[in-house]
Design a binder for this molecule. Sequence first.
Ligand code: C2O
Ligand code: CU
Length: 469
Amino acid sequence: MPLSRRTFLATGASVLTAPALPRLAWADDMPILRAAPSTAQLAPEGYDTTPVWSYGGTIPGPEIRVRAGERVRRRFVNDLPQPSAVHWHGIRIENAMDGAAGVTQDPVPPGGTFDYDFVAPDPGTYWYHAHARSWEQVARGLAGPLIVEEVEPWVGLEGAATSETTLMLADWRLQGDGALHEASFGDLHDWAHAGRLGNTITINGAIDARVPVRRGERLRLRVVNAATARVMPLRLPGLSPVLIALDGFPVVPRPVETITLAPAQRADIVVDVPADLATLLPILLDAGREEWVEIGALSDGDAAALPPQAGPVRPLPMPVEPALDLSAPQDEVLRMEGGAMERLDRARLNGVDQDFRQLVAARRVWAFNGVAGDMDEPAFRAEIGRTVRLRLVNDTRWAHGIHLHGYHFTILSRGGRPDPHRDRRDTVLVLPGEPVEIAFVAQNPGRWLLHCHMLGHQASGMLAWFEVA
Ligand code: C2O
Ligand code: CU
């Protein structure tokens, strides 16, 4: 099935907003987050529903919404046929709650539970997803939005948005009968290339999507790329989007024409909906080689028009953060190697040197710093409070979305040129031959994963960790 050009239906989005509860001494009031097999109408109407795995029975999972500083509390119930764990992507979380199965917690077995209870310190657009066999579990649907609101509501202030909507994008590989293409789960050929790309894009779990908007409103769109491999360049022709946050972290508002999101990245953008909106406003995705396809559209929600907003977009409040000390940082390098066309001739695995054939037999085709995953030793250790400057070097022919758990980092330079915006992110797209320098203050103690968010790459060698103590 070719990538669909059809649009989608936003009413398919489930928004279950759980109220924030005070922390209690006993946990029996814990709201449940249940992962279980279910079905969803991912293929166009007329096709069968798709068997998926989901949180709370919906694709995407229920939107979890708290205010910055409040706790997120969920009893994860695993009704899947596999062990699992929930990772709260981008949250500067306490290490034990990070959900990295095998690193910060034991995987939760089928029938088991795990209580997640943590503070969400920073406002912004985040998401949660399975973190065990994620290349399969996320591809089957285990992901949902996690929205942390500003302490003082931003929506409604002068120059700010008048309302907001979350758009969670996913990429599915469907068969002709609408079922997931299960035969390709774990396909090493996919993993050695761009990853397991899909053929159907959904927005909030629906194809043919119409996002109802109000004429004249200033809308904040929280866009999440929940795909397991696909980099998504996006456009909203006819609107003049203004970027206000990346990966949850505010930026000085700036106009953007194309918003490119690697897997796991988010962008918050503001658009002014025309007061005379008569037709649909398409959402376009570059499916490759500048072939822009419509994956959904903003449509008139029929509410009375608002008087159009004028003037510049109000910035989000900038958080106060420890300043980077770049006078004498701890310098580290993460070198990416392997993949198709630059095969990995040697790498270490479990402390043993392996050649290409042995690595392929172990299903490893990528490496970080000569190690193909399963590191006994951290990629680096840092002392609390130290500024770490990490150079991400891509010696492969493929793009990689590198993610650090537990941290936001500052982009210092790309391809040797200082980054004019110094954006903070938790995931950065690193193109072949274009090194990216990032830096962060090592303030959050623990063992933190560091991996490519193309989830097949992560499973086949691009996984490491670092320790802050
Ligand atoms: Cu969203 Cu370890 O990942
Ligand atoms: Cu990768």
